[in-house]
Design a protein around this ligand. Structure first.
Ligand code: T1G
Length: 707
């Protein structure tokens, strides 16, 4: 493999260092935040290994990462483009064929191609607290640089399946148990690597190649069980099935042929829309908080968080803040509800202990030292940020804001958790509208990752920055929203729920709609979601909007009837579905179909059949059409912000990348044509969004607006 030596010499210095320590050479990768294995890094590593092989003084080498980690993976930015030489498999093979021993010394994070690079080395160590993983399946891929083959040779079929299919990293201790590493290092990663290399030399062990290990024994039961399990959990994803195929190939084929099969499967996955969707989701999770309006703006300091209202949301927000390390002061109207809120928080923390997210000692410490539940507003005087989570009534919220304005110290941030009310109006009752912002959490607030940061006409930039910093500390995906009814997510939800209701009125059953939407990739359909949230929520929302409703709009009167029958959903044991046990999936109910049939008859509607494809197209077109309006009106800053909201707050299938990414992948002109066709029958509901029309006219895409 010939390279321009001057170019590689420079690259060697900048991205990969080569330093001899006695007879041990230390090769260190230094490439940005995660030492991604870009083409330049791969070329420089290739040159470093060539140099090591020709270096007569050098008897062993250590490959490590500079900075805070070993290697975060292949360079995801190269995906979808023609592979650049040396490819990662070629580089790893070059390392493995070296005749002198090479040790991988890992610390911090070793993921994807990083771990595969280490598996091509002859010996491996990881420092305490290292995370090692092959997360490729979360990007719609499989480990394409030998990971499925070398892990299976080291750990066996069943353990390889358990390690690669979830895509979640393991600790260094687990990696040791799996045989992926030889030891856990001590001291600094560099000295641990040199020590290990010297021991290898002293023991005269030489190069030890994973590819030369015997073929792993077949395990038909494990392979069959994995495929069966994926049939229920993959929700349409392809990559996990290819992982099983690659691991199974390890037991059938000689290494050279098996690695070629792995590469074939990898390159096939690289071309799929699912890979594009998942990579889009990966980058947007980071890009969504990178807003021009926030660049250079420092957030205000936060140490004590106040919460007004200890119901499900308030207690959830308090739990999230406690878990993020803040002091929390929650106030309620009297002792009994304040105590009840404390119990709810304790229950949330106990669940976190059960999930292994928290130790029992930490739980007790949080409750005793970090949480104060009180009944007087004065207790909030030292809080830097207070979030109200009281009853969804503008009058009640205005009263809360007025009292907060009286007691909170200057510079503190006043926030509301409202899910749709006008935050501008709440700010107007305070003396400091610039310090007011919306923080719309999604229930359960300490679990759901989405946080809509609702910016009013007056919100100061450093208050917005503070909201984003708070969201990041809580591990949220924070999305900036303007003020409108329902902000980004609930406003769009209203439209695609409306499309579902129109199809039910026209002849589809709610159960067929749910099945079609689950087949699209959502975990639940809209009617199962309604049962989960409670049919009273929908009823009260319709009642709230009744005064302003356009007479051409369609009301799901059957839903009102179910509400009046007390069929409130899961919490009542029945809604659209009948639930034998709480939290279990419900059974369809013919009585509901009869109620809907009566509603159709009352409106003179003759039911027609719907196919799953039409259900999916109408549901998605309504979602995209309204999302286009939300972007056009600058409620969402970019289409990727809408994708983030639907992905992290509404169960949108991640492998489809979000509604805007999905729409681009479908082609906007076809989507617009569908909408124009349906508008002929229902112009009110299906009027095309002007942005969608503009993009089609310009032959452009939503992604062109992502900046
Ligand atoms: N490639 C390119 N850029 C990456 C990257 C990667 N692998 N990982 C992170 N970045 C960027 C990220 O977008 C952000 O950019 C910055 O680095 C800091 O990231 C052949 C094919 C490693 C745990 O899936 O999980 O190897 O926003 O904020 O919180 O089989 O990044 O600053 O411009 O997330 O400290 C497999 C993906 C790839 C791991 C660090 N590897 N990365 O978390 O930093 S596929 C992964 C992560 C592969 C092989 C296959 C995390 C991290 P910006 P960050 P962090």
């Amino acid at each position: 493999m010939e390279f321009n030596s001057n170019y590689e010499q420079k690259i060697m210095t900048d991205l990969v260092s080569y330093e001899r320590n006695g007879s041990i050479v230390v090769i260190a990768i230094e490439n940005g935040a995660v030492n991604a294995l870009s083409q330049e890094v791969r070329s420089a590593l290739w040159q470093a290994v060539e140099r090591f092989d020709q270096d007569d003084v050098a008897r062993a080498a250590v490959i490590m990462g500079a900075g805070r980690m070993f290697v975060g993976g292949a360079d995801i930015k190269e995906f979808g483009k023609p592979p650049l030489e040396p490819t990662l498999p070629e580089l790893i093979n070059r390392i493995e064929v070296s005749t002198k021993p090479i040790v991988a010394a890992m610390h911090g994070v070793s993921l994807g191609g990083g771990l595969e690079l280490a598996l091509g080395c002859h010996y491996r160590l990881a420092m305490p607290s290292t995370k090692l993983g092959l997360p490729e399946v979360t990007l719609g891929l499989l480990p394409g640089a030998g990971g499925t083959q070398r892990v299976t040779r080291l750990a066996g079929v069943e353990k390889a399946l358990d390690f690669i299919l979830p895509g979640t990293p393991v600790t260094e201790a687990t990696a040791l148990t799996l045989g992926l590493i030889d030891r856990i290092g001590e001291g600094s990663v560099r000295s641990a690597g040199i020590t290990f290399a010297n021991e290898v030399l002293s023991a005269d062990k030489g190069a030890r190649r994973v590819s030369e290990l015997p073929k792993p024994a077949p395990d038909r039961d494990a392979v069959a069980a994995a495929r069966t399990r994926l049939g229920k959990t993959a929700h349409g994803q392809i990559a996990p099935f290819f992982v099983v195929d690659a691991i199974e190939a390890a037991t059938r084929l000689p290494f050279k042929d098996a690695i070629a099969e792995e590469r074939r499967l990898f390159l096939e996955l690289m071309q799929t829309p699912q890979r594009a969707g998942l990579v889009h989701a990966f980058f947007l999770e980071r890009k969504v908080s990178q807003l021009r309006e926030l660049s250079g703006i420092a957030p205000r300091n936060l140490s004590t968080i106040g919460v007004v209202g200890g119901g499900t949301m308030g207690a959830g927000i308090a739990t999230a803040a406690l878990l993020a390390g803040y002091d929390v002061c929650l106030i309620e109207r009297d002792e009994s509800v304040a105590t009840a809120a404390q119990r709810t928080i304790d229950g949330n923390l106990a669940a976190a202990v059960k999930r292994g997210k928290l130790s029992e000692v930490d739980r007790e410490n949080l409750l005793s030292r970090k949480l104060l539940c009180a009944t007087n507003y004065g207790a909030l005087s030292e809080a830097n940020l207070v979030i109200e989570a009281v009853y969804e009534s503008m009058d009640v919220k205005k009263e809360v804001f007025a009292r907060l304005d009286e007691v909170m110290k200057p510079g503190a941030v006043l926030a509301t958790n409202t899910s749709y009310l006008d935050v501008n109006e709440m700010a107007s009752v305070t003396s400091r509208p610039g310090d007011v912002v919306g923080l719309h959490f999604f229930s359960p607030a300490h679990v759901m990752r989405l946080l809509e940061v609702v910016v009013t006409d007056s919100t100061l930039p450093d208050v917005t920055a503070t909201a984003f910093a708070f969201g990041k500390k809580l591990g949220k995906v924070s999305v900036r929203s303007g003020v409108c009814d329902g902000f980004i997510g609930n406003r769009i939800l209203t439209r695609f729920r409306g499309a579902a209701d129109r199809m039910v009125l026209a002849g589809a059953s709610p159960y067929q709609v749910d099945r079609a939407i689950v087949n699209f990739g959502f975990p639940m359909g809209p009617y199962a979601v309604a049962d989960l949230a409670g049919l009273d929520i929908g009823f009260l929302t319709r009642k709230r909007k009744a005064a302003d409703r356009d007479p051409r709009d369609i009301i799901p009167v059957w839903a009102d009837e179910l509400y009046h029958m007390g069929r409130l959903g899961q919490k009542a044991g029945r809604g659209y579905y009948i639930y034998q046990e709480r939290g279990r999936s419900g059974e369809p109910d013919d009585e509901v179909n009869e109620i809907i049939a009566r509603c159709r008859a009352a409106k003179g509607v003759v039911a027609r059949n719907f196919g799953d494809d039409e259900i999916q197209r109408q549901y998605m077109a309504a979602m995209v059409n309204e999302a286009a309006r939300v972007v056009d009106e600058k409620i969402a800053a970019r289409p990727l912000d809408v994708d983030a909201v639907l992905l992290f707050g509404y169960g949108f299938p991640r492998h489809r990348g979000g509604p805007m990414h999905w729409a681009d992948s479908q082609g906007l002109s076809g989507l617009l044509a569908d909408i124009q066709t349906w508008a002929k029958e229902d112009e009110f509901f299906w009027s095309p969004a002007p942005l969608l029309e503009r993009l089609v006219a310009e032959n452009s895409t939503f992604s062109s607006l992502n900046g």
